[in-house]
Write a protein that binds this ligand. Structure first.
Ligand SMILES: [Zn+2]
Length: 337
């Protein structure tokens, strides 16, 4: 009886350990359903026990993340319209006061392409030390550094020059400032400094007495133009004028392009007054003149020479004289580099 009683008492204990007599791998999953009270099922489904461990962490993480994202978004949205005023003024901007120039800041320009610039101003006038203003006509869009350089040049060099003529400067004839284009308006060429708002083309200064100083005007005394030449070449890293190429016969290009080793370009041939150049028209070649090398070779080389000359006219020739034969090229000399 005892053994029987033990056998009966052990049977349920073993049944609890093993779901089924043949279930060697513990696959008797249905067993708990029968042993668990229905009341416990709803308590286990929500899984309150594992969640509390992770819950505080999960809740704590998104809490700071969400506000951070919202803050970023919130900061970005108002930043667009308020960017210019909120921007910290550059040292140049702070230095370019209304005592030096009337040059309000304008929004940055981005593109197209690599065109554009930051810290831009609209240079409307330069204020001379005696408080008189030199109007920039039309107002020039320039980087602050370039505008400042122009203002300093006019104030320190051009104003005394005008004073030596017994007058003061009233206007600066701005031929071109910011313009998104390649050098010399050649498509595909390197971006002009004009495209970076780092260049100004100056054609002339007008004086209060009505006189005009055309920087490339041959009727303006040569000495005067040379003084301007020395002035700008000391102040700007690039100066291109008559004789530099075929695009700067009627204005002076100034920019502050930075090159390796501070390399500078100063190419401005101050031509003699017209009366001395005009007689340099081609004259008939004297028969007794020694033969030219090209002409002496054969008749074919004459054609070659002419083609060569024609080719030269289409490409910038820094040492090309602007005298004879320039007339037909004039249409191409407007507002280049
Ligand atoms: Zn230019």
């Amino acid at each position: 009886m005892v053994t029987v009683a033990l056998g009966l008492s052990l049977a349920p204990a073993e049944a609890r350990k093993y779901a089924a007599p043949l279930d060697l791998f513990g696959f008797g999953l249905p067993r708990p359903r029968g042993t668990v009270h229905p009341a416990r099922i709803p308590a286990k489904i929500p899984l309150p026990r594992p969640r509390p461990e992770d819950a505080p962490k999960e809740v704590a993480k998104p809490a700071p993340e969400r506000p951070a994202v919202e803050e970023k978004l919130a900061a970005d949205k108002p930043a667009e319209p308020t960017a210019p005023p909120a921007k910290q003024a550059s040292a140049c901007r702070l230095a370019l006061t209304e005592e030096i120039a009337i040059a309000p800041s304008v929004p940055d320009i981005h593109g197209p392409g690599s065109c554009g610039g930051q810290d831009l101003v609209r240079l409307e006038a330069i204020v001379l030390p005696d408080k008189r203003k030199v109007q920039v006509k039309p107002a020039a869009i320039l980087r602050c550094g370039m505008a400042s350089a122009i203002a300093n040049w006019v104030r320190s060099d051009m104003a005394p020059l005008a004073a030596s003529l017994g007058s003061t400067i009233s206007d600066l004839d701005n031929f071109d400032s910011f313009e998104c284009r390649g050098r010399n308006r050649i498509v595909g060429a390197m971006l002009s400094e004009h495209g970076r708002a780092n260049a100004l083309d100056v054609r002339a200064f007008k004086l209060a007495n009505g006189q005009s100083i055309g920087l490339t005007d041959r009727t303006v005394p040569r000495e005067l133009r040379e003084r301007v030449l020395h002035s700008v070449c000391a102040r700007f890293s690039t100066v291109l004028g008559p004789g530099s190429d075929w695009y700067h016969e009627d204005h002076i290009h100034l920019d502050l392009m930075q090159r390796r080793n501070d390399y500078r370009i100063c190419q401005w041939n101050v031509w003699d007054p017209l009366p001395q150049v005009a007689p340099l028209l081609p004259t008939e070649r004297p028969e007794e003149a020694p033969p030219r090398e090209v002409a002496a070779k054969s008749g074919e080389t004459n054609e070659g020479a002419e083609q060569g000359d024609a080719a030269k006219s289409g490409t910038p020739q820094p040492d090309e004289p602007a005298g004879a034969g320039q007339t037909p090229r004039k249409p191409a000399t407007k507002k280049r580099r």
